[in-house]
Design a protein around this ligand. Sequence first.
Ligand SMILES: NC(=O)c1ccc[n+]([C@@H]2O[C@H](COP(=O)([O-])OP(=O)(O)OC[C@H]3O[C@@H](n4cnc5c(N)ncnc54)[C@H](O)[C@@H]3O)[C@@H](O)[C@H]2O)c1
Length: 282
Amino acid sequence: MKSIQSIVVCGAGTMGSGIAQVAIQAGIKTIQFDLSETALAKSKAQIHAQINRLVEKGKIPESEQNHILGLIHFSTDIADCKADIIIEAIIEKKEAKIELFNKIAAFNDSTTIFATNTSSISVNDIAVGLSNPSMLVGMHFFNPAPIMKLVEVIAGQQSSSTAIDRVIELTKTMGKVPVLCKDAPGFIVNRVARHYYLEAMEMVNEGLTDIESVDAIMEATGFKMGPFKLMDLIGMDINYSVSNIVWEALGKPERLTPSTLQKEKVEKGLLGKKTGEGFYKY
Ligand SMILES: NC(=O)c1ccc[n+]([C@@H]2O[C@H](COP(=O)([O-])OP(=O)(O)OC[C@H]3O[C@@H](n4cnc5c(N)ncnc54)[C@H](O)[C@@H]3O)[C@@H](O)[C@H]2O)c1
């Protein structure tokens, strides 16, 4: 099986930036594409800062620093999106992902793999809109991508076994642990974790507790991050959108109803760390 030699990461936001960093740390030539110059500049600064920190900590030899940073090229030109695999981490909208993949597929080889980092959109639903559905696989990284070891690999009904095997191989090359999942709403983690967020917001909404207490208690029980801090890290818009997609895909069960508290935050643009305020101020 031919190993992946080049990667395009579409989207330079929270996830795209982290995934691109993971790719270059694995020694793979990477292009990061975004429509926004500002997002690319921010991602570039972040990747440089992160690699520099790892060098300072002795986790990356200083002799490799320039080589690693030289592996990435940032672009707003879609024509640069040519590689063995295209990993998208753009907005959580099915139509946007389909449109992007089809545009890119038009000038890539038939062997190019298309991987979606969607948190909640069905891989089969994206595949329906694609010109090359057998090359689509879900590759769900967690936030922050350079630190979190798990990657859910989602096989769609039409995904070819070669595409799945190559994504699993790439995940391992990136130093991550692939877990093969079926294409069900929220896959595994985002379905099970819904209650972590929703019940926490419901308790605050009912006036039973406050956000700081919930976070402190959950962290004291062993969770790395309380639900409110985690929602701020993930991004309120992304988390709210995932809640809606999972809820709708499962037939709107009452137990998974999205929270009005989170809806208000999204409407006010209080999206968490990325905007400087969410449940907390940064
Ligand atoms: N935030 C998380 O914790 C998390 C975790 C796992 C998966 N995801 C998934 O990853 C994806 C991205 O999430 P994020 O949090 O990084 O979002 P984000 O809002 O931080 O970044 C999205 C980026 O995509 C760019 N973009 C939008 N449309 C584009 C297009 N058509 N072409 C190129 N670039 C485009 C935007 O300019 C922005 O820079 C979503 O599908 C989300 O569900 C998010």
